[in-house]
Design a binder for this molecule. Sequence first.
Ligand SMILES: [Zn+2]
Length: 95
Amino acid sequence: MSETPVSVVRLAAVERQSGRTFRFREYTIVPDTEPDAEPWIFSFECVVCEEEGPENASQEEALSWTLVHLKAYPEHLSFRERITRPYRAVPGRWQ
Ligand SMILES: [Zn+2]
């Protein structure tokens, strides 16, 4: 997993070391790869009937639901993958 920033924002925040002075600080939004990050969650849904398979931390196990669904509904050939990934805001320098 990369640490490629996906967004950078500048927020007004209080710098506590110097009292209540308002200054700008840059935050970078990156994929959370810390050891305590929430796990990735995968699930699939049928595009034809919108039935959803169970959420799973394993993409392969989530994908196996599509085969079960295809056996039950051989005419349902299109699926949509849903991925939930954790991100975090990394504070940058004060400006
Ligand atoms: Zn279906």
